[in-house]
Design a protein around this ligand. Structure first.
Ligand code: AHR
Length: 504
């Protein structure tokens, strides 16, 4: 049997495990808002229509930041349609998802929901069909204390205090020809720079995110980032990255190695940003906002859209995730943590129903998809300083990414509690014995070992009828002896191993 080795040392610090890495995304798309987080009349909903069961699961998921209101939706959105008396709000065509938008839920409802969920709001402005003025108007409405037309309008609508939104996305996926108001890198770069400059005049405390590429396969990838940043570097704080991995072709070996692609993507965006910084003599290093990532059976989307006419809140891309998908999601989180020095914000897309960890039925229950579990446990236990790990691992061959390691890991050390957490993915089809060397952190004993294993039932899913079929299982707690122990990582699994001071 093949084995792997991992040595952990607190000297190899990458950076703090920022809470903002555990973000999510609520788009006006499908049933993410309507029937997801918001459903007036649902048995668990409050007087404002916020579903209590979804709020509870959102808190359990450990989400830190939530991006809103899109996504592709934002590129045709008029934010002012969604504020004020609900009865006066217009019904509109949403071109992104061929949907009727009722505007019953808008900015003020989202802010109320975010406060209830205990999450930080992250807003996107429309730079598709709109421009600098509308972005400024939205910022004034949201963040200006009062005494102006738009800030007083917010107060009139019941929000006396400014929302103080700190994170702002300058549009969405503007490199994509599918985007309403799609632009060239120069057109977008100029617009984003001007929007950014003016937005910071209203509120210098905000952080701004310029649109990077929609994915690494875009023909314009890297040159898009370079051009956009040449226009915007001095005005923005982050460049975005998006990626989705589609398991539809059944190539399990490759989908399990998706994190290799995400890793390369991050490295390349960092290199491109640093190239612009060098060229323009900037000392400040730009960070990445990885504000859309997930597994997505994307090839099913077009059929979903073609099947129907204009309707309200249709079920759209409600993928049921398998145990293998959960392992992939766990590995993508490992990758984001490993780049904690350069990825400052990340948001899994999306939160409810639409390729989401939380699923609901209208009028019915809400349940946790398989991918809920690695997210929730990583958000809970990745506290402290992320440590670089260099596992010695067997390798295997994949069609998409060539020869890749079977094992992927990252460790997080909490200096305050002395706890060490190791996240590990075994991409291989056999159990993998892992020799752990923890002598760099003397006196640790094992606290727990949880594993979500897909080897024996890879296509298992959680459904309304069977909501807990895929969950992490407790494994024998490791017992380090002289700082060393061996654990057995199940075939195709995501695991979290926790250690704490022996005398605590
Ligand atoms: O999350 C679904 C969609 O994927 C988003 O609206 C868009 O930004 C991306 O292409």
């Amino acid at each position: 049997m093949r084995t792997a080795q991992l040595t952990i040392d607190p000297a190899f610090a990458i950076g703090p495990a920022d809470r903002r890495l555990f973000g999510s995304f609520v788009e006006h798309m499908g049933r993410c808002v309507y029937g997801g987080i918001y459903e007036p009349g649902h048995p668990s909903a409050d007087s404002r229509g916020l579903r209590g069961d979804v709020l509870e699961l959102t808190r359990e998921l450990g989400v830190s930041v939530v991006r809103y209101p899109g996504g592709n939706f934002v590129s045709g959105y008029r934010w002012e349609d969604g504020v004020g008396p609900v009865g006066d709000r217009p019904r509109r065509l949403d071109l992104a998802w061929k949907t009727i938008e009722t505007n019953a839920f808008g900015l003020d409802e989202f802010m109320t929901w975010a406060a209830e969920a205990g999450v930080e709001p992250m807003m996107a402005v429309n730079l598709g069909t709109r421009g600098v003025q509308e972005a400024l108007d939205l910022l004034e409405y949201a963040n200006h204390p009062g005494g102006t037309h738009l800030s007083d309008l917010r107060r009139k609508h019941g929000a006396e205090d400014p929302y103080g939104v700190k994170l702002w996305c300058l549009g969405n996926e503007m490199d994509g020809p599918w985007q309403v108001g799609h632009k060239t890198a120069d057109e977008y770069g100029r617009l984003a720079a001007e929007a950014a400059r003016a937005m910071k005049m209203i509120d210098p405390s905000i952080s701004l995110i310029a649109c990077g590429s929609s994915n690494r396969r875009m023909p314009t990838f890297a040159s898009w980032e370079a051009t956009v940043l040449e226009h915007t570097y001095e005005h923005v704080d982050y460049i975005s990255a998006h990626t989705y991995y589609d398991p539809s072709d059944g190539d399990r070996a490759s989908i399990l190695a998706s994190a290799v692609d995400m890793d390369n993507f991050i490295t390349e965006v960092v290199a491109t940003a640093d190239h612009v910084a060098a060229k323009q003599r900037h000392k400040r290093k730009l960070k990445i906002s990885f504000d859309e990532w997930n597994v997505w059976y994307e090839s099913r989307l077009q059929a979903d859209l073609d099947r129907r006419g204009w309707v309200e809140a249709p079920a759209l891309i409600e993928d049921d995730f398998t145990a293998v998908d959960a392992v992939v999601v766990g590995d993508l989180l490992i990758t984001l943590l490993r780049h904690a020095d350069r990825v400052g914000v990340a948001a899994q897309a999306q939160l409810a129903n639409v390729i989401a960890p939380i699923r609901t039925r209208n009028g019915g229950p809400a349940w946790r998809q398989s991918i809920f579990h690695p997210f929730a446990l990583t958000a809970r236990y990745a506290r402290g300083t992320v440590l670089r790990t260099e596992p010695v691992s067997p390798r295997y061959d994949t069609k998409k990414y060539g020869d890749v390691p079977v094992l992927d890991t990252v460790a997080v050390h909490d200096e305050e509690t002395g706890e060490l957490t190791v996240f590990a993915v075994n991409r291989g089809e056999e159990d993998l014995p892992l020799d752990l060397d923890l002598r760099g952190l003397p006196g640790l004993s094992g606290l727990s070992f949880l594993s979500l294993a897909a080897g024996s039932d890879p296509s298992a899913m959680n459904t309304e009828a069977e909501p807990d079929r895929v969950t992490p299982r407790e494994m024998p707690t490791p017992t380090p002896d002289g700082g060393r122990c061996t654990v057995r990582l199940p075939a195709v699994s995501w695991s979290v191993l926790r250690f704490g001071p022996a005398n605590a």
